[in-house]
Ligand binder design. Structure first.
Ligand code: 5AD
Ligand code: SF4
Ligand code: FES
Length: 368
């Protein structure tokens, strides 16, 4: 006799109750879920994995999220800000190694100086790569005109995680002030999409106080928002943050890990042709965590190409992997890992979200 989960995953549509049931899948059942996600991945996006060289260019942050190791009030780390020349050197590394895209990420700053600097850098990256490198940015909440300026300067994908779609939970994990406002987060995501970016969001899985119902709602939120890309991983406690005091409320790390994999698998099953990143946080729990995510439906990896000496200072959570390595080390290491997962690497290909190409775009003049 077929188990209940087998029947549920054959459905075309999933209710919140179905999702909760699937998120509850036990060790035997989750294999069925991962297999289904792998089938859909092969059919809708293929077995190619796309690289986005990740440059964490500064850990200076104006915000104070209760979970994050580089929050403003953590004085237990050295702050750094890469010079433009260092950033462009990492960009050249990505270009030479046929990574096809880079991601610029940093702590969150909103200022005229920051906006100008990023705009100039984006134009420079386009110039030195003869317009060939794709650029994703992950620079937090900004005014719509800032999103527009950066888009016009050459960035075409934007990542802004919603973290949780439950406003009450959002309030618990952030300071209660105007800098950490759930509604602004939503408005920013809308502005990003409206500007014409391929729009990515994501959540942390296994947060204290988070229920399976919350996570089911997150999945429905991403479906209804019609996102193009997702980056999600397990929440990992950091000792220098206020949320560390709730560590006794957390699921075991392996449980958080599997829950995150189930969310990846469900998003692949429901949204089919979006891009899903195998986040580094997965590897902080399981040494082959990112490879397992590829098997459960992910198709993007963001190898860290930040110069090695800075990596230790971009510790959003404890046990962050690859902090002792240089970009060259990760390249050869990763290639072997991806082949082990049965995938191949789409060197030199942008690997844009197929979902983005299909959805109706606002008229931005951006060539499709
Ligand atoms: N555990 C896991 N992910 C974290 N992030 C920040 N702090 C943590 C943590 N302790 C994630 C957030 C943020 C992204 C840059 O890193 O989701 O959006
Ligand atoms: Fe800053 Fe982002 Fe960390 Fe929040 S999660 S403190 S915005 S780097
Ligand atoms: Fe960084 Fe293996 S991916 S060392």
């Amino acid at each position: 006799m077929k188990s209940k989960i087998d029947n549920i995953i054959q459905q075309e549509e999933f209710s919140k109750e179905d999702l909760v049931r699937l998120l509850n899948a036990d060790a035997g059942e989750r294999k069925i879920l991962y297999r289904k996600a792998a089938e859909i991945k092969a059919e809708h996006v293929g077995k190619k994995v796309y690289y986005r060289g990740l440059i964490e260019f500064s850990n200076i942050c104006g915000k104070n999220c209760h979970y994050c190791g580089i929050r403003r009030d953590n004085h237990n780390l050295k702050r750094y800000n890469l010079g433009d020349a260092e950033i462009l050197k990492a960009v050249e590394f990505a270009f030479k190694n046929r990574y096809a895209s880079v991601v610029l990420q940093s702590g969150e700053l909103e200022s005229a100086g920051f906006t100008d600097r990023i705009e100039k850098l984006l134009r420079e990256i386009k110039k030195i790569s003869n317009d060939q490198l794709g650029i994703t940015i992950s620079l937090g909440e900004q005014k719509q005109e800032v999103y527009k300026r950066w888009f016009d300067a050459g960035a075409h994908r934007y990542l802004l995680r919603i973290e949780t779609s439950n406003p009450e939970l959002y309030k618990k994990i952030h300071p209660d002030d105007t800098k950490h406002d759930f509604n602004r987060r939503i408005e920013c995501l809308k502005a990003i999409k409206q500007t014409g970016y391929q729009t990515g969001t994501g959540i942390m899985v296994g947060l204290p106080f988070q229920t399976l119902e919350d996570i089911a709602d997150d999945i429905l939120f991403m479906r209804d928002f019609d996102i193009d890309m997702v980056g999600l991983g397990p929440y990992i406690e950091h000792r220098d943050t206020p949320m560390f005091e709730y560590k006794n409320l957390l699921l075991l790390p392996e449980e958080r890990f599997h829950l995150a994999l189930k969310v990846i698998a469900l998003l692949r099953i429901i949204m089919k042709d979006i891009n899903i990143a195998a986040a580094t946080a997965l590897q902080a729990i399981d040494p082959v965590g990112r490879e397992k995510a590829l098997i459960a439906g992910a198709n993007v990896i963001m190898p860290n190409i930040t110069p090695g000496k800075y990596r230790d200072s971009y510790r959003l959570y404890d046990n962050k992997p690859c902090t002792d390595e240089e970009a060259e080390d990760c390249t050869s290491c990763l290639e072997a890992r991806i082949h082990m997962a049965g995938d191949e690497i789409g060197y030199g290909e942008w690997g844009d979200s197929k979902h983005f190409k299909k959805r109706k775009l606002p008229d931005t003049g951006y060539p499709e």
